[in-house]
Design a protein around this ligand. Structure first.
Ligand code: DC
Length: 234
């Protein structure tokens, strides 16, 4: 990195169930870069607000919480990711569909989005950052060196989510997930501030029927053409 320049960022945006989470983790591991799971920040905030009895309408309280919540991302010895809020493990609580819906509700609030900006930008550290979310390439890191927008059909996304939840032993029906994803897409795409949409300079990748490994390989190939010197193993 040239002194005085910021570490490079690769953004991976897209709707729930597009495979962003898994793909972003694998790309970050392959590059040996840091990872920002920005959805987790919205979820932790939703969880913390709910636990503190703060309603969605109390935007002042929500901003204060967004700016001050003591959140930490760690990995266990066997590589499992854990999210801590004030030292307490909230990983399971924040992964529920209920918490995801609450996160989507507070994410429409401009003040909340503003309140989480600095926290998200703090993740930009050498050697580089893979940022996973909805507005990473459009708002948080508009200067990203590579922007990817992942999509997949609603049917396939509901199936993937169903499988994920079952594996975690959490309860859900395919029908309710389909409805929930459709409602969440609508809310995420239509909100006035930072709506879910590809940046004009994003590469759109439709992962319907595409194995994760193929999506990862495609992104690494694109990264290789842009930061050839920093992709390990190439
Ligand atoms: O990716 P996820 O399902 O964990 O995100 C939860 C919610 O947070 C999602 O419905 C929309 C919101 N979100 C957002 O508005 N902007 C982001 N950068 C990330 C998530």
């Amino acid at each position: 990195m040239i002194p005085g320049t910021l570490p490079p960022v690769l953004t991976i945006d897209g709707p729930s169930g597009s495979g962003k989470g898994t793909v972003s983790r694998r790309v970050a591991d392959a590059l040996r870069w840091h990872l920002l799971d920005s959805g987790a920040l919205y979820r932790v905030l939703a969880h913390a607000a709910h636990a503190a009895g703060i309603a969605t309408a109390e935007s002042g309280e929500l901003i204060r919480l967004a700016r001050t919540m003591p959140v930490a991302f760690t990995r266990t010895a066997d590589g499992e990711e854990r999210v801590l809020l004030a030292g307490r493990d909230v990983t399971c609580a924040m992964r529920t569909e209920e918490c995801g819906s609450r996160a989507s509700e507070i994410a429409v609030l401009p003040a909340v989005r503003e309140g989480l900006k600095a926290l998200q930008r703090d993740f930009r550290r050498p050697p580089g950052l893979v940022a996973d979310g909805r507005d990473m390439g459009t708002v948080i890191f508009p200067d990203a060196a590579l922007k990817i927008f992942l999509t997949a059909s609603v049917e396939e996304r509901a199936q993937r989510r169903y499988k994920q939840l079952k594996e975690k032993g959490l309860n859900a029906t395919l029908h309710s997930l389909f409805q929930d994803i459709t409602a969440r897409d609508e809310r995420d795409q239509k909100r006035a501030v930072s709506p879910l949409q590809p940046a004009p300079d994003a590469v759109v990748l439709d992962t319907t029927g595409m194995p994760v490994a193929q999506a990862v390989a495609r992104i690494l190939e694109l990264a290789r053409t842009r930061f050839i010197q920093t992709v390990p193993g190439h």
